[in-house]
Ligand binder design. Structure first.
Ligand SMILES: [Zn+2]
Ligand SMILES: [Zn+2]
Length: 349
C-alpha cells in the first residue's frame, strides 16, 4: 500500500509498505480520505517532537471502510466488516487516573495515530484493540458524508475549547488564528449560539473564507498592537478569547481583550519559548479565567460526529489532493495557499 511516512524534518515520503493485518481485537480500514491537520504540518516543517515514533505514517483525521476484523474481543465483533467508520485520534489506556476521572484526553499512556502509531495518510490503517475497546471507533451514519466524517477531531477539540471557555448563546467570542482550527472554532461557536464571533489573523484570503462561514473577521499586520485592533473592531470587550495560534503573544493579547469575569482559552501548542507574561492584578481584580484545552475526550469526539452531521461540510473549504500528490498537499497547506488539505485514496479497482 501507499503510505505518507514522516522520517524527520521536511522529510515526508510516499512509500510502498505492506498492508497491515488485524491482530486480536483489531481492525484494518481501507482509508477513503484523511485531513491534514495543523499538527501534521507543524511536525513536517519544524521536525517531530520526542513524542513521535519516527518513521511514522502521519494522519489522524480519517474515514474508511472496515475490511478486516481481528478474531476475539467482543468489542471488535460489534463493528462488522464493511462498516464505514471514523476513529478518535487519541487512544486512551482506560486505566490511569485521568482515564478513570473521565478526562481520557489527558491519559498518561496516550497513543495517537500519526504520532506514535501509524496513522491514516495511507491506503490502509490498523486500528488497535485498545482503540476499539475505548469506544473510539464510530460507525458513520449512511447520510453522513466522508467530508463530514473526518471533522470529528477538529470539531471535538474546538467544542471542548469553547466549552472550557464557557461560551454560551450570549457570548461575544474572539478567536485568534486564521487556520483551519480558527475556522472550526468560528463555525462551532456559531453553532453554540454565540452572539458575535470575531476571527483575527494575518492572512486576508483565509479570513475571507472564515467570513463566508459566518464570522466577523479582522486582518491585522504582524507586529501591530493586536489587542488594540481587536478592541477597536469589537467596540466592546469579549466574553471569551480563544488563542488558537502557536504564538505566546496571542495569549498576552487575549488577556487584554476580555471583560472582567471573562475567559481566555490557551488552545494552541506554542512554538519556541512558551513563557507568557500576565498581569496578576487583572487576574485577581478582574476575576478572569485562564484555561488550557487539549485534544478532546472520546465522548466529545463522538458528540462532534453528531454535530458534524448538522453542519454543512462545505463551510470547511477542503482542497482535495490524491495521495500521490501528498507533497503538494503539505506544501500548499504549509504555504497557506489552501486552508484545509484533504488527501484522498484511490478507490479499489
Ligand atoms: Zn487534527
Ligand atoms: Zn489513561
Amino acid at each position: 500500500m501507499l503510505a505518507a511516512v514522516l522520517r524527520g524534518r521536511d522529510d515526508l515520503r510516499l512509500e510502498e509498505r505492506p498492508r497491515p493485518v488485524a491482530g486480536p481485537g483489531e481492525l484494518v480500514l481501507r482509508v477513503h480520505q484523511c485531513g491534514v491537520c495543523g499538527s501534521d504540518l507543524r511536525t513536517f516543517t519544524r521536525g517531530p517532537s520526542a513524542r513521535y515514533a519516527v518513521p511514522v505514517v502521519l494522519g489522524h483525521e480519517f474515514v474508511g471502510t472496515v475490511i478486516e476484523v481481528g478474531a476475539v474481543g467482543d468489542a471488535a465483533a460489534a463493528i462488522p466488516t464493511g462498516a464505514r467508520v471514523t476513529v478518535a485520534p487519541a487512544i486512551p489506556c482506560g486505566a490511569c487516573e485521568a482515564c478513570r476521572r473521565g478526562s481520557d484526553n489527558l491519559c498518561a499512556e496516550l497513543l495517537d495515530f500519526g504520532i506514535n502509531i501509524d496513522g491514516g495518510l495511507a491506503e490502509y490503517v490498523r486500528i488497535p484493540a485498545r482503540s476499539v475497546a475505548a469506544g473510539a471507533v464510530v460507525v458513520v451514519a449512511d447520510d453522513l458524508s466522508d467530508d463530514a466524517a473526518i471533522l470529528g477531531e477538529p470539531i471535538g477539540t474546538c467544542l471542548r475549547g469553547l466549552r472550557r471557555g464557557s461560551v454560551t448563546a450570549r457570548s461575544i467570542v474572539v478567536i485568534i488564528g486564521d487556520g483551519p482550527i480558527g475556522l472550526t472554532h468560528a463555525v462551532v461557536a456559531r453553532e453554540l449560539g454565540a452572539r458575535r464571533v470575531l476571527c483575527v489573523g494575518h492572512n486576508a484570503a483565509r479570513l475571507a473564507v472564515i467570513g463566508r462561514a459566518g464570522a466577523e473577521t479582522l486582518v491585522v499586520d504582524a507586529g501591530t498592537d493586536e489587542a488594540g485592533a481587536i478592541l477597536a473592531a469589537l467596540g466592546t470587550r469579549a466574553d471569551t478569547v480563544v488563542a488558537a495560534v502557536p504564538d505566546p503573544r496571542a495569549l498576552e493579547a487575549a488577556v487584554r481583550v476580555i471583560r472582567d469575569g471573562g475567559s481566555v482559552v490557551a488552545f494552541g501548542g506554542l512554538a519556541g519559548d512558551p513563557t507568557i507574561q500576565l498581569d496578576g492584578n487583572r487576574l485577581h481584580y478582574g476575576e478572569w479565567t485562564l484555561v488550557g484545552s487539549f485534544n478532546c475526550t472520546t465522548a466529545e469526539f463522538r458528540e462532534a460526529i453528531d454535530l458534524a452531521g448538522r453542519l454543512d461540510p462545505r463551510r470547511f473549504e477542503a482542497t482535495r489532493f490524491p495521495i500521490h500528490r501528498i507533497a503538494d498537499a503539505f506544501l500548499a497547506a504549509a504555504g497557506r495557499t489552501v486552508l484545509k488539505a484533504v488527501v484522498t485514496m484511490e478507490p479499489p479497482p
